[in-house]
Design a protein around this ligand. Structure first.
Ligand SMILES: [Zn+2]
Ligand SMILES: [Zn+2]
Length: 217
């Protein structure tokens, strides 16, 4: 049986007790779980790769608590926070209608930015919530007030990542034949790789030939 290697980011709250008094996520609350233990494999190593996507449970709890404390109880219960690797240069995004905050997984390289970005996006949600049907401008008075209430007075309107401007454009793109997800990669993938999401959904997380990624370019 070939060994399976996962390259997915996983965010594990180290102190997961939600019963604790609400506090803000600290950088140490998150660690990146890298490669899973691996047996010495045969000549080809099988590997499942995942988009860096998924629910950010601890950050979601933090965001909900903040919203609740500012009077948006019902809304808070429905708010979701996710990591979304489809965000390119934006650090985060707030979708009021879908009650969804998306964060760029590359923020983990700048851990101290995570909480600030979360609050920036949450301020968009809070401003909309308070405005009701009234139209407001994205980074206008209402948003600025929300920022002050969320402890980030003077927040800039910029959503761009604090990352170096230079990005390595992915030269290779692989696609899962089952779910159609694309996996852009800077380097050519030398191993046999499969879609982690599909392996998890349909073969208990084991490598499965049916979900082997096909190179598009
Ligand atoms: Zn903004
Ligand atoms: Zn897939």
């Amino acid at each position: 049986m070939p060994s399976l290697r996962q390259l997915e980011f996983a965010f594990h709250p180290v102190s997961a007790s939600l019963e604790d008094a609400p506090r803000l996520a600290q950088p140490g609350d998150y660690r990146i779980v890298g490669h899973s233990p691996r047996l010495p494999g045969p000549s080809t190593t099988m590997e499942a790769v995942g988009l860096q996507c998924g629910r950010a449970a601890a950050l979601e709890a933090t965001a909900r608590e903040l919203l609740r404390s500012l009077g948006a109880k019902r809304f808070a219960a429905k708010l979701r926070v996710e990591w979304n690797s489809r965000l390119q240069t934006a650090a985060g995004r707030a979708d009021y209608r879908r009650k969804l905050i998306s964060l760029n997984p590359r923020l983990v390289e700048y851990v101290e930015e995570i909480d600030r970005t979360l609050r920036h996006e949450l301020a968009h949600i809070l401003a909309h919530f308070r405005a009701g049907r009234r139209r407001i401008s994205p980074h206008g008075r209402e948003w600025q007030q929300a920022c002050r209430d969320l402890g980030i007075a003077g927040e800039k309107r910029c959503h761009t990542l604090p990352f170096p401007a230079k990005r390595y454009a992915p030269r290779y793109v692989y696609r899962c034949p089952n779910c159609g997800r694309d996996f852009p990669r800077v380097r050519k993938v030398k191993r046999t790789v499969a879609c982690l999401a599909c392996c998890r959904a349909h073969s208990r997380g084991e490598f499965d030939e049916r979900f082997r990624l096909k190179r598009l370019r």
